[in-house]
Structure formats: structure tokens, C-alpha cells
Ligand binder design. Structure first.
Ligand code: AMP
Ligand code: FE
Ligand code: FE
Ligand code: ZN
Length: 298
């Protein structure tokens, strides 16, 4: 990778604990080989991959930030709240993530039923075998449909069957955006709004502005400004909105290994260079929050 060793980071990395294809330790070794200085493990609705990744990072000398990416309900769709430096042993975090897994476990067999009623020969066991980790999600359904030759690629699996409004879609219960932010805060973490590009409101900076200010009032601390599919114009817009709202800037690629082969760790589609200083700023905020929490308990 054409980057200066030990200068750059990736704060958005998925592993086999959710829908990435590298195991946590493999993702860390991979990031290390690519010359990154720090990564955050941000699996969907789980922190099962974090401990292994932190240990691997310790052995290799790569900084691994414990994280999570929580899907929350938003205008009929969803948005994603990243949580950095969450305490993976936090009871409230564990209980809430267990609850989110229950919602998945209720939804997934219903999606199988729908696919089968459309005449497709698929089973829950097959999807689970593909997932192999803690979280079974629609990307695993998509992979199975590709593997079975039902669709040529995963995007078509979403477009024909799995996306909202398509015949195998089943709505899953989720937290609200404020609940997602509050959960990260309760787990001692720093909440950051992920990939603003994918918000339905992204057509209007004003709607994003009001969402940011609403979520900031309950603890949002940052916005994911650097992102694999943000254009330079979008990056500038989000940087400006973050600054205006008094939010930190963060950045990551949303690396999923072979599940999103066009996205490379650290560099996304080739152009991203996310500076280590963002980690320093996150840590400063985190220290401040821990200090405030300790004082409020005293
Ligand atoms: P789940 O949490 O199991 O409902 O799966 C949500 C994940 O599916 C998202 O994080 C995306 O990676 C993927 N996804 C959802 N909608 C689409 C879509 N329309 N096209 C492609 N991928 C999608
Ligand atoms: Fe994903
Ligand atoms: Fe996401
Ligand atoms: Zn992600």
C-alpha cells in the first residue's frame, strides 16, 4: 500500500464477528502488514471480536480501539452509530446487544420463510454456516443466494429480495438514534455518526444539521467525515457540518474483507489517508468523559 508506515489509521473495520471475512486477529495482522498505526474494530451490534483483536494488536504493536457499530431506526430505514472505546464488559452494553441479537434471531427465520415461499431452497443452517460468527445479517443471506447461483452478485440479492420493500424483507426491531447514542455513552464510549452519505437526508444539509444537533444534545461526539465512498465534495461538506456542530471528525473505510472486495483497509477505494491525530483527539475526549464520570460519582 502506498502510504507512509505508521502514520495512518482506519476507524471502521468489520470482522467475522459480524459480516467481515477476516477473523479479528487476521484483520489486525492485515492492517499491520499494510502499515497502519491504529484501527478500530466496529462490528455490527457485537463486541465479540474486540478482545481477540486487542490482544493481537498488543503482540504486533498496532493500536486497536475497541468499538461497535449499532444499527438504529431512522425514518423507516436505518442509520449507524459507531461507539469508540466502549467498555466491552459493560453490563448495560452486553444486555442491550443481547437484546439486539434476539431481534435478529426473530427476524432471520422469517426471512428464510419468505425466501422459501418464493420457491428458493435455503435454510437457516446454511445462512448460519456462512456467517460463522456472532451476528447473522442480511449480507450473509446475500452471500448464500450468490453461492447458490440464485443471483449473480450480492447487490442483486438485495435489489431483488433483501432490501427494504423487496419480497424477502422483514423489518427488525431496533433502538432509536437517541437510544443508540445513550447506549454507547452508558458503556463509557464515544458515539459517532457513521457514513452520513447513507442517511436518507443527505440530500439536504439542513436535515443533517438538525439531526446532528439533536444527537449532540444527548451525547454524540463525532461525525465520520473520511469514508470510502465520500466524494471530495461530500468530505468537505461533512467536515464543515462537523465543525459547525462542534463535533470531532473521524474516519474509516468500512472494511469487510472479501464481503466488500472493492474496499481496502486504510485506503478504501485507494484515495483515503486518515491521519493518526484523529485518534489523539478521540482519546482526549475519552479521558475528559472518564474524568467527568469519575467526578460525578464522587
Ligand atoms: P441487517 O443488519 O442484517 O439488516 O443487515 C444490514 C446490512 O445489510 C447493512 O449494514 C448493509 O451492509 C447491508 N444492506 C442493507 N441494505 C442494503 C442494500 N439496499 N444494498 C446493499 N446492502 C445493503
Ligand atoms: Fe456490514
Ligand atoms: Fe454502517
Ligand atoms: Zn460498518
Amino acid at each position: 500500500m502506498d502510504i507512509v508506515r505508521d502514520q495512518f489509521i482506519d476507524l471502521h473495520v468489520h470482522t467475522t464477528a459480524s459480516d467481515g471475512t477476516l477473523k479479528p486477529a487476521e484483520a489486525v495482522a492485515y492492517a499491520h502488514n499494510k502499515g497502519l498505526k491504529a484501527i478500530a474494530i466496529t462490528d455490527h451490534d457485537t463486541v465479540q471480536g474486540v478482545a481477540e483483536a486487542v490482544q493481537a494488536g498488543g503482540e504486533l504493536g498496532l493500536e486497536v480501539i475497541p468499538g461497535v457499530e449499532i444499527s438504529v431506526d431512522h425514518s423507516g430505514g436505518e442509520l449507524h452509530i459507531l461507539g469508540y472505546f466502549v467498555d466491552i464488559h459493560s453490563l448495560v452494553l452486553r444486555e442491550s446487544l443481547d437484546k439486539l441479537r434476539e431481534y435478529r434471531d426473530l427476524r432471520n427465520p422469517q426471512m428464510i420463510d419468505k425466501l422459501r415461499s418464493l420457491g428458493l431452497q435455503v435454510t437457516m443452517e446454511e445462512v448460519e454456516a456462512i456467517a460463522g460468527g456472532d451476528i447473522v445479517g442480511r449480507p450473509h443471506f446475500a452471500a448464500l443466494l450468490v453461492e447458490k447461483g440464485i443471483v449473480p452478485n450480492k447487490q442483486q440479492a438485495f435489489d431483488r429480495f433483501l432490501a427494504q420493500g423487496r419480497p424477502a424483507y422483514v423489518k427488525k426491531e431496533k433502538l432509536t438514534p437517541p437510544e443508540g447514542v445513550e447506549l454507547v455513552v452508558a458503556a463509557g464510549g464515544i458515539p459517532v455518526l457513521a457514513h452520513p452519505k447513507y442517511l436518507r437526508e443527505n440530500s439536504s444539509p439542513d436535515t443533517l444539521r438538525s439531526l446532528l444537533s439533536e444527537l449532540k444534545s444527548i451525547g454524540l461526539k463525532g461525525l465520520e467525515v473520511y469514508y470510502s465512498t465520500h466524494s471530495p465534495e461530500e468530505e468537505n461538506l461533512y467536515r464543515m457540518l462537523a465543525k459547525e456542530a462542534g463535533l470531532l471528525i473521524t474516519g474509516g473505510t468500512d472494511f469487510h474483507g472479501a464481503n466488500k472486495p472493492e474496499i481496502e483497509i486504510g485506503i478504501g477505494q485507494g484515495n483515503l489517508r486518515i491521519p493518526y491525530i484523529l485518534v489523539e483527539r478521540l482519546k482526549n475526549i475519552h479521558r475528559g468523559c472518564s474524568y467527568a464520570a469519575a467526578n460525578s460519582k464522587a
